[in-house]
Design a protein around this ligand. Structure first.
Ligand code: SF4
Length: 196
């Protein structure tokens, strides 16, 4: 009796599989959690080198950011040439400049519209602490309304400092566990800002 083509393929497949010899895993890479840890690293590496920033530039520090985007400093080297002016397609919120208290709710809304995972870079003294504007109308640091990952000091910070801040964000992104956003600590942080 002649075999059908499917039978031949299956028989060959089982024969080939039975020929396969599995090597023992090297010490230290077997056991629970190894696969998940590697996946963390691969995804972290991809995310860190393809960040899409949303520039929330309100005053002079924004001009420094424009210089950072220019040919001399060339932020595109970090995979960031694609700026997003839509929060839904951004994962790094860069706040640069003086933020008035009236703008606080707007900034928070922008942050809330960004999908997880999202990071925040506070650029310049004004965004970090209100800077020289210790007045009734200026927000004394954006961390009053949203959580901040990295602060860049200076009035204004030079483009090199902004790049340094971005590289620190990249380190965070690379090393962040995929499970961090589900952790009780993270939920607690969001709850302290009244963010769902
Ligand atoms: S930190 Fe200085 S340069 Fe930056 S927005 Fe404030 S006043 Fe302007």
């Amino acid at each position: 009796m002649t075999k059908s083509i499917n039978e031949v393929i299956l028989t060959d497949k089982f024969r080939i599989m039975s020929d396969i010899k599995f090597a023992q895993p090297p010490a230290g890479v077997e056991g629970q959690g190894f696969f998940a840890t590697s996946l963390d690293q691969v995804i972290g590496l991809a995310r860190a080198n393809s960040i899409w920033p949303l520039p929330f530039a309100t005053s002079c520090c924004g001009i420094e950011f424009m210089a950072t985007m220019g040919t001399n400093y060339d932020l595109a080297r970090f995979g960031m040439e694609r700026l997003s002016f839509s929060p839904r397609q951004a994962d790094l919120l860069m706040v640069m400049g003086t933020v008035a208290k009236k703008m606080g709710p707007v900034l928070k809304q922008v942050y809330e519209q960004m999908a997880e995972p999202r990071w925040v870079l506070s650029v310049g003294a004004c965004a970090c602490s209100g800077g020289i504007f210790d007045t009734y109308s200026v927000l004394q640091g954006i961390d009053k309304v949203i959580p901040v990952d990295v602060y860049v000091p200076g009035c204004p910070p030079r483009p090199e400092q902004i790049i340094d801040g971005i590289m620190k964000i990249q380190e965070l992104v690379k090393n962040e566990s995929l499970r961090r956003r589900y952790s009780p600590q993270y939920q607690e942080l969001m709850a302290s800002y009244n963010i769902q």
